[in-house]
Design a protein around this ligand. Structure first.
Ligand SMILES: *Cc1c(COP(=O)(O)O)cnc(C)c1O
Length: 457
């Protein structure tokens, strides 16, 4: 091994980003505005502040400020687990016998096990600063709920989590981590909220969905004094906070004069891939550089690759603002056999717009392919990856193998968003050879799309 580039590139404290980057500021054509679900007009800061903390509402609607100072309290918290390492995957390169250089940015180095803490701590901080009592949220697989419970514990805020019922039952350990950090965890749909009672009545025995848990969490926030709703992905404010991933990556690469050819991230609601690519997309937008940017999603929830670009509801209960995004329709529920995460029906409006402008490519991968990539990676690089992250691993390996054929020495960077210790049922299924691939039929996609809002926009 030629180790002139260290196995792990860390940043010194003075090299750490002190501002988040808002890529919308450098987009000539901006993402479409989010709409008030009642009036179908662009939502105002005032209206949005009823749901979200005021400062976060401001960040959500700001298309023009390129850099936001990261408050000192958040920098202090980031210091506990950041910078995250940028790792040169020497061992993976050797195993693949590829001339490509592979790097991954590892965000699983904190107890919640994923990048979600980067935004959770920011959102908890602004809630605290506004003098709120607490926040409500939903969680699917549980990573966001865990991250938020850690952040709320740090700032002594109450944290109420609506957890999709099937995950609540299948992932008891995630639930207990949240409770250890002081969060109240309720399986959704519950009988606590009007929307939960309605869904339970309409679909008896339902094991819930992310869209439904969002509606419950929003209702819970609106009906309690001193509470606001917070969301762990999709929103532009979340992408802004996650830009810390891309900014650190860029500084680390520049430290060793490494110029990436391609940057790859997995895409659920779009926050990690959006944050990772933001500074690089900014350079492309300003005509300063060129990179191949790739988002990878599951073939069983193919939002970018098979969805449509239109205004849609962000939640089943239709209480959230409407966003123009790539979407499968808010009624879309991935097959029950889908175990790889990234199940949301829509995609960040920023990521959607970048994709629509052709700055970002999208690929899909089946779950057996992604678990195979996870296994290859785990065996040489030591880290047991989250299934979500393994979507990015899969495409990084594909690209490295292409280089082996062509002899090209490309530099590939991908986001390793988290660890998979709470996903052992999925790994078990894969190891037992019981995992099945699934992709929705055209008919199913059309059906899920039937109830999309008619905004005339
Ligand atoms: C939540 C999550 C994702 C997907 O969410 P995005 O908002 O698309 O980034 C990816 N990887 C891990 C480990 C996650 O927890």
């Amino acid at each position: 091994m030629n180790q002139s580039i260290p196995y792990k590139i860390y940043l010194e404290e003075h090299e750490m980003p002190r501002q988040w980057y808002n890529v919308r500021a450098d987009m000539t054509k901006k993402p479409a505005p989010i709409l008030n679900p009642q009036t179908l007009q662009p939502i105002t800061e005032e209206e949005l502040s009823g749901i979200f903390c005021r400062e976060l509402a401001r960040q959500e609607l700001d298309d023009h400020t390129a850099y936001f100072d990261i408050p000192q309290e958040i920098l202090d918290f980031y210091r506990m687990y950041r910078p995250s390492p940028l790792v040169r995957a020497y061992c993976l390169e050797e195993r693949l016998k590829t001339p490509a250089h592979i790097y991954y940015k590892f965000e699983g180095n904190n107890t919640s096990g994923s990048h979600k803490l980067n935004s959770a701590i920011a959102q908890a901080y602004y809630a605290k600063k506004q003098g709120l009592k607490g926040v409500t949220t939903e969680t699917g697989a549980g990573q966001w709920g865990t991250a938020l419970s850690m952040a709320c514990a740090y700032f002594e805020l109450d944290c109420q989590v609506y957890m999709v019922k099937c995950s609540y039952e299948q992932k008891p350990f995630r639930r207990e981590v949240m409770r250890t950090y002081g969060a109240a965890v309720t399986p959704s749909p519950s009988m606590n909220t009007a929307v939960g009672r309605k869904i339970n009545e309409e679909f008896p025995g339902t094991t819930g969905s992310l869209g439904c848990a969002i509606s419950e969490a929003v209702e819970a926030a609106m009906s309690q004094d001193g509470y606001r709703y917070v969301l762990g992905s999709v929103l532009s404010q979340v992408l802004l906070h996650q830009s810390i991933i891309g900014l650190e990556t860029k500084t680390a690469l520049e430290k060793y004069s490494i110029v990436p050819d391609m940057i790859i991230g997995c895409a659920g609601g779009g926050s990690n891939v959006g944050g990772l690519i933001s500074p690089f997309a900014g350079e492309i937008l300003k005509g300063q550089a060129n990179y191949q940017l790739i988002a990878v999603e599951p073939s069983s929830c193919p939002t970018l690759t098979r969805g449509i670009y239109a205004y849609d509801y962000c939640d089943t209960g239709k209480v959230c603002p409407l966003a123009k995004m790539y979407t499968l329709g808010s009624g879309f529920i991935p097959s029950a056999s889908h175990a790889g995460g990234l199940r949301y029906h829509g995609m960040s409006s920023v990521v959607s717009e970048l994709y629509d402008q052709g700055l970002l490519e999208a690929r899909s991968a089946s779950q057996r392919e992604i678990f195979q990539a996870a296994q290859t990676f785990a065996r040489v690089e030591g880290i047991l990856p989250a299934p979500e992250s393994s979507h990015a691993i899969k495409v990084a390996i594909d690209e490295a193998l292409k280089c082996k054929e062509t002899g090209e020495k490309k530099t590939i960077v991908f986001g390793l968003t988290g660890t998979g210790y709470f996903d052992m049922y999925a790994y078990q299924k894969y190891n037992d050879g019981l995992m099945e691939d699934f992709a929705p039929s055209q008919e199913e996609l059309e059906k899920a799309r039937a109830n999309m809002p008619q905004t005339g926009k």
